[in-house]
Design a binder for this molecule. Sequence first.
Ligand SMILES: *[C@@H]1O[C@H](CO)[C@@H](O)[C@H](O)[C@H]1NC(C)=O
Ligand SMILES: *[C@@H]1O[C@H](CO)[C@@H](O)[C@H](O)[C@H]1NC(C)=O
Ligand SMILES: *[C@@H]1O[C@H](CO)[C@@H](O)[C@H](O)[C@H]1NC(C)=O
Length: 300
Amino acid sequence: MAPTHPRPPASILLLGAAMLSMAGLATAINSSGFKGGVTVYWGRNKDEGSLAEACDTGRYTIVIISFLDIFGHGEYHLDISGHDTSTLGPDIKHCQSVALVYLSIGGFGNRYSLPTNQSALDLADHLWYTYMAGHKAGVHRPFGDDVEIDGIDFFIEHGSPDNYDVLANRLWSFNKGFRARTPAQLSATPRCRYPDRLLGKAIATGVIGRINVRFYDDSYCAAHWRQEWDKWAATYPTQDYQLYVALPASEKVVGYVHLKSLHLGMLPVLQKAESFAGFTIWDRYSDRLTNYSSPIVQWT
Ligand SMILES: *[C@@H]1O[C@H](CO)[C@@H](O)[C@H](O)[C@H]1NC(C)=O
Ligand SMILES: *[C@@H]1O[C@H](CO)[C@@H](O)[C@H](O)[C@H]1NC(C)=O
Ligand SMILES: *[C@@H]1O[C@H](CO)[C@@H](O)[C@H](O)[C@H]1NC(C)=O
């Protein structure tokens, strides 16, 4: 059932790997391409420290700024929990010497949806010109004119599944014309049940190369991780896609896996899949308190 797609995301990942290699990020890659690593969500708690501090730990290969929490109805809003947006630009650039920086759309609020094709196209344009490599006179860029994030993450918890596929295809189309790099990379963070009700259609476009499968905040997913993981791994068996296992760094969150169980119980199962690329940690605030991801860096 693996979707066929004319432009395998592997090609993006190899390009990404080449870029990272130039930046000296030896741990993230090997001869077979981008090896994955640890992704972290940043922006959900003012007390999590700066984005630069997160990157300076050297633990993360992708940091996801979260969330663009309002879109689809002519209004766009970025919620980063009271962090100062004006200082984020230099931090993003600092991070980009060791990691990729994505922006996540959606989250736990209910003020987003894409009611029409046009609203999806408009959101794609908004993201491209406001935060990414698109530049257009008169468009305000909150992170700075010369700061370009690397990708967009789809974190859709509520509403209708409509038009996220249109959004994905439109964002992907911006890569045309860039030979040496892929300025619009895409990831999705669905809940564990395959296929995801809200993101299934978007993922089926084949242009979303990274999938963070969420095994937290959901007691079904915590209990049935093996069964659901097997479905993802069977659907995306090769390195054309990168599957990340999304887990919480805090014991207080449903789905927390003790490091010992993760290492001895879960990891051997995950590593059987060629597409297994690493872990996605929720979130930087918790990880900073617990250092949960510290040993995990060695396991991807
Ligand atoms: C590169 O990584 C892949 C996937 O993790 C692994 O199967 C392969 O053995 C690694 N190759 C080298 C040369 O380390
Ligand atoms: C919406 O987009 C789809 C796919 O691009 C297209 O087939 C359809 O005709 C569009 N609908 C409208 C109303 O523009
Ligand atoms: C986590 O790591 C930081 C930096 O290495 C250290 O200062 C802190 O004490 C550690 N915290 C825990 C709970 O291990």
